[in-house]
Structures are given as C-alpha cells and as structure tokens.
Design a protein around this ligand. Structure first.
Ligand code: NDP
Length: 246
C-alpha cells in the first residue's frame, strides 16, 4: 500500500511508533526514523525493519529542540530526495496531580508532545507543497479528548495536537496535504508498563472490550490513513480505544 513512499516516523524504535514503522516497511515504505537513543535495542529495531528490503535510516534528534529538528529534516530530505508521510508519534508522560507537577514536568511534556509535533510538521510542509502532496498523522490520545486525573500536562499536550491537526488540514488541504490524528486509549507499551497490575485490572473493567490495546491496533489505522484508501479523510481525530471514550 505504500510502495516507494518515504515516511518519517518520530519515536519509531519502540512502542507504537515501532509497530507503525513495521507496518509501513511491510507495505513497501522507506523509513526515516527519529529517536533520541541509539542503543543496542534501537539498533536491533532498525535491523529488523531493514529485513523488509526497504531503505531504513535512524536519525538522532530531540524533537523539543527546534534547531535539531531543522537540521535533521534537511538531512532526511537530502538523503531520501523528499518525504511523503510524517508520523508524529514521539511522546512522553510526567504524571502527577497539578500541584505536584514541577515546571519541568509541564515544560517537557508540552515541549516534546506538542511543540515537537509542530516543529517536525513545520519542517516538512514546504517539501509537501513542492511535491504537490503529503500526509501527516499525529498521535494524540483519548485523554486529550476527555481529560484524565493526574495528567493535566499530558492531556493538554494531546488536546493541543487536535487543534493543530485540524488547522493544518484546513491550511493545506488545497495543496493535497492531508492531516489526521489518532487518539489511542490504553495500549500495552513501555509507557503503560509503569501501571501496577491492580491499576491495569481496574482499567480493563472500565473498557467495553475489557483489554488493553496492542501497538499493532494503532499501526493498522496509521497504515490506512497513510494510504490512498483514506484519500478523502482529513482533519479527523480517530479513536482506537477499546470503547474507552464511550
Ligand atoms: P514509548 O514510551 O513506548 O515510546 C516513546 C517513543 O518516543 C520512543 O520511541 C522515544 O524514543 C520517543 N521519544 C520520546 N521523547 C523524544 C524526544 N524528545 N525526541 C524524539 N523522540 C522521543 O511510548 P508509546 O509507544 O506508548 O507512545 C507513543 C505515542 O503514543 C506517544 O505520543 C504517546 O503519548 C501516545 N499514546 C500512547 C498510549 C499508550 O497507552 N501507550 C495511549 C495514547 C497515546 P527514544 O527511546 O529514542 O527516546
């Protein structure tokens, strides 16, 4: 479905981003993976992605640093000759009730989740306009739509992504650039592994589908949104949450 396309995926070495990267590579996409860590695990993930036979490169970049984003995006454009798809997946949590959130907890979450998404998108828009098309997929969260105790910083960052997504869809629809967001519920990754077994069990009870989601559940939608099969969908926020929002 993505043969010959070039996709940039932030946070593509593990978790949801890695599941999306796998799905894209299996469908013929070349990948520019952005991450902060170049450890053994990250290298193994990149080697695994390469097995699909497409071009896969790892770029080290802290997306909250605008200068790093600018230089890495220029490097990616030079290496691949252009980009078709950007997936803004990288994100962090720093949870606490509002008085317990430090200034750094607030700044880091907003800087990485929201500003990082804006920096990365902004750095590829001109290329999309030049190529007369492009596709942006932002990973928000159901928490950004419904709020969550202990996640004021995170929920605000994910709600910000919703406004950003809709605005980009409006600004660039005429240039054949689509922009959509996915709002996952609880997905089993290192991010949610911080929850205790009791917390996880309690959560499951509240979910109509009574289980946590898998990174692949998000990757399936990310593939559909990146492909021409969704060519008339833009400005949407689609939940993949086991019914959590219901
Ligand atoms: P993980 O913690 O498993 O992975 C986070 C990824 O983001 C890593 O690849 C990491 O790369 C990257 N990353 C973090 N900070 C930066 C940074 N400053 N610059 C570049 N890359 C960075 O998270 P998940 O896979 O669970 O989450 C992925 C996305 O999905 C996030 O945006 C998250 O908010 C969202 N989400 C997750 C849910 C869940 O239940 N898991 C639910 C709803 C939304 P590295 O290791 O190199 O630092």
């Amino acid at each position: 479905m993505l043969k010959g396309k070039v996709a940039v995926i932030t946070g593509g070495t593990r978790g949801i981003g890695n599941a999306i990267a796998k799905k894209y590579a299996e469908n013929g996409a070349n990948l520019a993976i952005i991450a902060t860590k170049d450890n053994e695990k990250a290298q193994a993930a990149i080697e695994e992605l390469k097995k699909n036979g497409t071009d896969v490169k790892l770029y080290l970049c802290d997306i909250k640093n605008a200068d790093q984003v600018t230089s890495v995006s220029e490097e990616i454009l030079a290496d691949f000759g252009g980009v078709d798809i950007v997936v803004n997946n990288a994100g962090i949590t720093r949870d606490n009730l509002l008085p317990g959130l430090s200034i750094a907890d607030i700044d880091d979450v907003i800087d990485i989740n929201l500003k990082g998404t804006m920096y990365v998108t902004r750095s590829f828009i001109r290329n999309f306009i030049k190529r007369k098309g492009g596709n942006i997929i932002n990973i928000s969260s159901v928490v950004g739509l419904m709020g969550n105790k202990g996640q004021a910083n995170y929920a605000a960052s994910k709600a910000g992504i919703v406004g950003f997504t809709k605005t980009v869809a409006k600004e660039y629809g005429r240039k054949n650039i689509r922009c959509n967001a996915i709002a996952p519920g609880y997905i089993a990754t290192e991010m949610t592994a911080q929850l205790s077994e009791a917390q996880t069990e309690e959560l499951k009870k509240q979910l109509p589908l009574a289980r946590l989601g898998k990174p692949e559940d998000i990757a399936e939608l990310a593939l559909f949104l990146a492909s021409d099969r969704s060519s008339y969908i833009t400005g949407e926020v689609i939940k993949v949450d086991g019914g959590m929002y219901v």
